[in-house]
Ligand binder design. Structure first.
Ligand SMILES: [Zn+2]
Length: 271
């Protein structure tokens, strides 16, 4: 069943200096309406944290399409860079992004819980559960300049609807819990996940909230929901609607580009 829908998507604008400077240099993509252009540096209101609303996820379990909905597919282009050697500085979660609107076509389909067997060689489970009516845009921004190129962006930013579920991309142990301070810097709410079997470390920043009950030291399973898409930490400094996940993929704890490795459900439109 196909239908037309207007989805929001985001266009990432690579940083070339401080983000204040970045923001003043944002261009307006041809034919696209920018929903947010102004910089909002108002600290997050810690007394009124955003709490989960009913998930906008519209995944349909069961039905006619079945497992094929998780057939592996890749979209977009980009390079699997090897600039990790330059990526030694922490706190690379600075973001610049703008939300734009366009019209596209999505396909309603079915989905089933993922298993590691659904992944192809070198594929990474997509860290956000995205339904066919949800919005998502993967920024090919690993290694992008930050602070005038004095450091590099160590992750891949995935712009997505507020509160879409974030899931563990591997079975492993939560080794660090980042808690939003209400300030507009840093990781916001986040996790570090470590998979001892593969010696890969994963990081998830700017979450709205952590999944209930999870703490450092807990083991989470492949596909388990660990949080929800938010706009905390540095992300929230940019605008009140800069919802995205800063996702880091660190084999042997060295940041690597996950852009092309991320599994994209072929039945979801990634703008
Ligand atoms: Zn980021």
């Amino acid at each position: 069943m196909r239908h037309q829908s207007v989805i929001e998507w985001w266009k990432f604008v690579k940083a070339s200096g401080s983000w204040a400077d970045d923001h003043t240099t944002l261009g307006r993509p041809h034919g696209l309406h920018l929903l947010t252009m102004s910089s909002d540096t108002t600290p997050l209101d810690t007394d009124n944290p955003r709490r989960p609303r009913v998930s906008r996820r519209r995944m349909i379990v069961g039905g006619g399409v079945g497992v094929s909905a998780l057939a592996l597919g890749r979209m977009g282009s980009g390079s699997v860079g090897a600039v990790a050697g330059e990526l030694n500085e922490p706190g690379s979660a600075l973001e610049t992004a703008t939300r734009v609107t366009t019209t596209t076509t999505t396909t309603t389909t079915t989905s089933v819980p993922p298993t590691p067997g659904d992944l192809g060689v070198d594929e990474i489970l997509f860290p956000i559960i995205v339904g066919p009516d949800d919005s998502c845009f993967v920024s090919d921004n690993f290694g992008a300049c930050r602070s005038g190129c004095s450091r590099r962006h160590e992750g891949t930013d995935i712009m997505a609807d507020h509160l879409l579920p974030i899931r563990a991309v591997a079975t492993g142990v939560l080794t660090k819990k980042y808690v939003d301070t209400g300030k507009t810097y840093g990781a916001g709410n986040g996790w570090t996940l470590f998979d001892a079997d593969t010696n890969i470390t994963w990081k998830f920043f700017h979450m709205d909230h952590h999944a209930d009950g999870l703490e450092v030291g807990d083991t989470v399973e492949f596909g388990q929901v660990i949080g929800a898409v938010g706009n905390t930490g540095t992300s929230g400094a940019f605008s009140d609607t800069n919802y995205h996940l800063h996702f880091e993929y660190r084999p042997e704890n060295i940041p690597r580009n996950s852009y092309q490795l991320l599994q994209r459900d072929p039945n979801v439109t990634f703008a």
